[in-house]
Design a protein around this ligand. Sequence first.
Ligand code: FAD
Length: 540
Amino acid sequence: MLPPTYSKLGKDNLIVFLRFLIAMFFSCIINGNNLCSNQPFVSSTDSNIPLSLRALRLDGYLSSGNTEAAAKDFGNMHHHLPSAVLHPKSVSDISSTIKHIFEMGTESELTVAAKGHGHSLQGQAQACRGIVINMESLQGAEMHFYNGEQPYVDVSAGELWINILHESLKHGLAPKSWTDYLHLTVGGTLSNAGISGQTFRHGPQINNVYQLEVVTGKGEVVSCSDTQNADLFYAVLGGLGQFGIITRARISLEPAPRMVKWIRMLYSDFSIFTKDQEYLISSEDAFDYVEGFVIINRTGILNNWRSSFNPNSPLQASKFKSDGKTLFCLEIAKYFNLDDTDTVKQKVDVLLSKLSYIRSTLFLSDVSYIDFLDRVHISELKLREKGLWEVPHPWLNLLVPKSRIQDFAEVVFGNVLTDSINGPILIYPVNKTKWNDRTSMVTPEEDVFYLVAFLSSAMPSSTGTDSLAHMLTQNQRILEFCRTAALGVKQYLPYYSSQEAWQTHFGPQWSAFIQRKSTYDPLAILAPGQQIFQKGIAFS
Ligand code: FAD
């Protein structure tokens, strides 16, 4: 439809013309466009945006408002204000912004950080005076499912895992490898590893991706996989955001189970506890999920479990006294469908009979698959209600080689930590055979290593054992012990503030890491919050 020309407009035609304009306006809205998307948004109206970026033409928008939100993360300890936040509506918004900054060269100090759900701990998704890209703006892009022999889903990297779970279940499918908490983005966990109780079987999330779309530090949009641009593919997986911004990912799926038999039991002897954990991760057909946690100086543990689990022997369980002893809880799960209820129960009974836990402490619960996977969100809601979610989180995550886990436990659980850390301490083994060693992620050298996660919450006004200062000191003591005892520990979600420390962390992989950096982000524009490289300073 062409508009009538103005010169021919009489009164009637003027009405027709006005109707035409109104129709065009609504048609643009209905089609999901706005009039601006035909004439791309020019950000020059925002006078706080760095001058050099004001001419960028984008489908989304750059904003200097609400930069405070981009200077916050789950750790709640580091706050660096960016100059502006990009809310991209397309991959080309990301690539043209980075390309523009790349072309300005080292004269510009601008850096760029992708922000997923901002659940980093020490400012890793922040960019001091730079640009933060809010990856969640890309959320809502359609997920494409392929339901063949090796099913997968194509998703935006700004998508939350919980949304992927909900959509996949509609197709009777689900991703294989998870994190304990699902309100994290695909790009955020793939930049680290994505470890949970399924890792021993499927490897971490970075080993369950077939293909990625990445915007490099030069602004190029590159598709990559194990067979196409493989070096970039493996660089980006576990690459701490250093080599490119992941914009899309193809995630491997499996048929989703309906139900989960979720089981907990206690041990008082650490070596028996780890022997059972190691046995479980070595058997292919035992449980689908294996984790564990440490309980220090707590009473009434089993009473707390009763709200969501049933004791196997209620009378005996009621007689059990923890009395502040250090205990170790094995947490395991078996997936099943309702048709298999009886056979699964028999199978689980046989498997449990091979373990050496304290018999009176066996607790079980049958829950839906979704409730099991989204379990931490329930705790989040409770903590939010009490105002205890948005507090500082001085978390420390370590990967400890199997051969040194006893030494580690003896000193750390027996000596350094004498009291609860005001949060869980997770501990469970994974096996390296399930990890692809071509990714950027570094692990200890042994075939089996333990994830030990100290997930503490600090009380803002406290000066006691639950204060931030106390918890940070405790973390330092643990790290210092690992270093002096030469345990061969690696940090997970690593945090270092000097390049020497990063070099030590990467060890023999450091030269490959530098090589990849100079290939894909030679000006060190990306992910400055990791504090590995600095723009304008040569790599070494
Ligand atoms: P952000 O914090 O926003 O970003 C993390 C890093 O990745 C930053 O450097 C950022 O620049 C970069 N980044 C973000 N998106 C992209 C992208 N699209 N492309 C390139 N780089 C990008 N981890 C586990 O492995 N297992 C767990 O069980 C687990 N449980 C957790 C529970 C809670 C409550 C929390 C808060 C965290 C947990 N984590 C766990 C850690 C979590 O995986 C990481 O903190 C992860 O980075 C958070 O994802 P995010 O979307 O918030 O990323």
